[in-house]
Design a protein around this ligand. Structure first.
Ligand code: GDP
Ligand code: GDP
Length: 458
C-alpha cells in the first residue's frame, strides 16, 4: 500500500514549499486541468522512485496554549492517518515554544516522526540545528526546501522501510515506472488478454452523503452481507470480491459499508486519506456526485487526484430520482461547464436508492478497464504517430523542424505512449495535446487518461 507522509509544523516553516516541491508534476503530459491548478493540500508525490501521498496539514498555530485542543481537527486526523510524519522547524528562527508543544503531541502519538530543520541555506547549519535535538524526537535532518537541498535524502531515509513494497531499487536510483519493453502486436495482444482476465479493482469514492453506501449495497446485493476480517487498519478501505456477468471485481469500499466491527463506526466516517489510498490502489474509480448538491470543490479535488494518479474513471451523478426537469437541466449545464475538460470519462445519471441506471454503470466500468489495459505494439503506435505528424507537422524550433521518429507503449492503467524524436522536449504543449488526442481517437480509448512521454533521440 502507498505510504502517507504528513507535513507538520507551525506556520511559515516551509511546509507548502516542500509540498510543492514534492508534488510538482513530472515531465509527462497527462492532460490539461483548468480549474484544478490551485494549491491542494493532498498531493501525489513521486521522488527518487518512491511514490507516496503527501499531506500538508496546514499551519498549527502553536502560539495558542494547549496544543492538543487547539490543533485543527484536520491536522490531527492527518497525523493519525499518516504512516510517516515530517515535523518541520525553521532553522533560522530557532527552536520555539510552539515547536516544543507540537513535539510533545507527536511523542504522545508514537508516530514515526522525523524532525526536519528547514531553511539551512546560507547559515551555519550544524550549530543552528543542534538545539532541535532537545525536542526528544531523535536525529535532526537538515533541509533547504526552497533550494531542494536535502529533500531527496530526507525522503529516501524516511521511506526506506517502504522501498521493497514500492519496488524501489537498492541504489535509490530513480526507477522510471515506464515499462520500456517494445511489443510486437502479438506480444501486446497476449499481455492485454492476461491483464483483462484479472479482477477489476473498483474504488467507489465521493464526498460524504452522496450515496456511496447506498450504491455499494445496491451493487453487492443486500442479501450478501458478509463479515470481513481482512488485514489492515480500521482506517483502510475494505476489499470485497464480487462477480458480475462473468467479470470478477474487487470493490474497494471507502464508505465503510462492511464494517469490521461496530466499535469503529465513529472513526470510520469519510476520510480523504482513505479515499486517496483507495484511488491509488484501484484500476477504475467510480466517482459519485450528488445531483442535489451540484459539483462541489471537494468533488473537484478528488477528481484532480484521480486524474493525477492516471486512473480510469466513471462518474455517477446520484439521486437523479424525484428532481424536476429544471434541476436536471441545471446539473447538466454545470457538468458541462465544470467537468467539460475531462472529456474521456462517461457520466451516468443514477438513483442508487431505486437502482435506476446502476446496471449500465458496469458497461462503462468494463469499457474503461479495457481501455486502460489496452496493449498496442510498436508498429501500430508508430503508424498512428506518423499519421498525426503527416496531418499536422510539428513546429520549427530554432529553424529546425521537430522530427518524431517512432512510438511505443510504456505501461498501462493509464496507457503510456513514449514518443522518440529530435528536439521533442521543446515541443509546445499544444502540439503534445494534439498528439495525445490523436492517439486517443485512433485507439478508441474511453474512460481513461493517456499519458504521453517524449524522449530525445532514438
Ligand atoms: P508554511 O506556512 O509552513 O507552508 O511555509 P511556506 O512554505 O509558505 O514558507 C514560508 C516562507 O519561508 C516563504 O517565504 C518561503 O519562501 C520561505 N522558505 C521556505 N523554505 C525555505 C528554505 O529552504 N530557505 C529559505 N531561506 N526560505 C525558505
Ligand atoms: P455516503 O455517505 O456517501 O455513503 O451516503 P449514503 O449512502 O449514506 O447516503 C446518504 C443519504 O442519501 C441517505 O439518506 C440515503 O438514503 C440518501 N440517498 C442515497 N442514494 C440516494 C438516491 O439515489 N436518491 C435519493 N433520493 N436519496 C439517496
Amino acid at each position: 500500500m502507498i505510504p502517507v507522509v504528513a507535513l507538520v509544523g507551525r506556520p511559515n516553516v516551509g511546509k507548502s514549499t516542500l509540498f510543492n516541491r514534492l508534488t510538482r508534476t513530472r515531465d509527462a503530459l497527462v492532460a490539461d486541468y483548468p480549474g484544478l491548478t490551485r494549491d491542494r493540500k493532498y498531493g501525489r508525490a513521486f521522488l527518487s522512485g518512491y511514490e507516496f501521498i503527501v499531506v500538508d496539514t496546514g499551519g498549527i498555530d502553536g502560539t495558542e496554549e494547549g496544543i492538543e485542543t487547539k490543533m485543527a481537527e484536520q491536522s490531527l486526523a492527518a497525523i493519525e492517518e499518516a504512516d510517516v510524519v515530517l515535523f518541520l522547524c525553521d532553522a533560522r528562527a530557532g527552536l520555539t515554544a510552539a515547536d516544543m508543544a507540537i513535539a510533545q503531541h507527536l511523542r504522545s502519538r508514537e508516530k514515526t516522526t522525523f524532525v526536519v530543520a528547514n531553511k539551512v541555506d546560507g547559515i551555519d547549519a550544524d550549530s543552528a540545528c543542534a538545539e532541535f535535538w532537545s525536542l526528544g524526537l531523535g536525529e535532526v535532518y537538515q533541509m533547504a526546501a526552497a533550494q531542494g537541498r536535502g529533500v531527496t535524502n530526507m525522503i529516501e531515509y524516511a521511506l526506506a522501510p517502504y522501498a521493497e513494497a514500492l519496488g524501489v531499487n537498492r541504489d535509490g536510483e530513480e526507477e522510471e515506472a515506464t515499462d520500456l519493453r517494445e511489443y510486437t502486436e502479438e506480444e501486446a495482444e497476449a499481455e492485454q488478454a492476461r491483464l483483462q482476465a484479472q479482477p477489476i479493482k473498483l474504488a467507489i469514492i465521493g464526498k460524504p452523503n452522496v450515496g456511496k453506501s447506498t450504491l455499494t449495497n445496491r451493487i453487492l446485493g443486500e442479501e450478501r452481507v458478509v463479515v470481513y476480517d481482512a488485514p489492515g487498519t480500521t482506517r483502510d478501505s475494505i476489499y470485497i470480491p464480487m462477480e458480475r456477468d462473468g467479470q470478477d471485481y474487487v470493490i474497494i469500499d471507502t464508505a465503510g459499508v462492511r464494517r469490521r466491527s461496530k466499535v469503529y463506526e465513529a472513526v470510520e466516517k469519510f476520510s480523504v486519506i482513505k479515499t486517496l489510498k483507495a484511488v491509488e490502489d484501484a484500476n477504475v474509480v467510480l466517482l459519485v456526485i450528488d445531483a442535489r448538491e451540484g459539483i462541489a470543490e471537494q468533488d473537484l479535488g478528488l477528481l484532480g487526484f484521480v486524474l493525477n494518479a492516471g486512473r480510469a474513471l466513471v462518474i455517477a451523478v446520484n439521486k437523479w430520482d424525484g428532481i424536476d426537469q429544471g434541476v436536471k437541466d441545471r446539473v447538466k449545464s454545470e457538468l458541462d461547464r465544470r467537468l467539460g475538460f475531462i472529456d474521456f470519462a462517461r457520466i451516468h445519471f443514477i438513483s442508487a436508492l431505486h437502482g435506476t441506471g446502476v446496471g449500465h454503470l458496469f458497461e462503462s466500468i468494463e469499457e474503461a478497464y479495457e481501455s486502460a489495459t489496452r496493449r498496442v505494439g510498436t508498429s501500430m503506435l508508430t503508424r498512428i504517430m506518423q499519421m498525426a505528424q503527416d496531418d499536422h507537422q510539428p513546429p520549427l524550433i530554432n529553424g529546425r523542424r521537430v522530427k518524431l521518429k517512432y512510438a511505443h507503449a510504456g505501461g498501462y492503467n493509464p496507457p503510456i505512449v513514449v514518443v522518440h524524436g529530435n528536439q521533442v522536449s521543446k515541443l509546445p504543449d499544444s502540439y503534445k495535446r494534439y498528439m495525445m488526442n490523436y492517439f486517443r481517437k485512433s485507439l478508441k480509448v474511453v474512460g481513461t487518461p493517456i499519458q504521453l512521454r517524449f524522449q530525445e533521440g532514438d
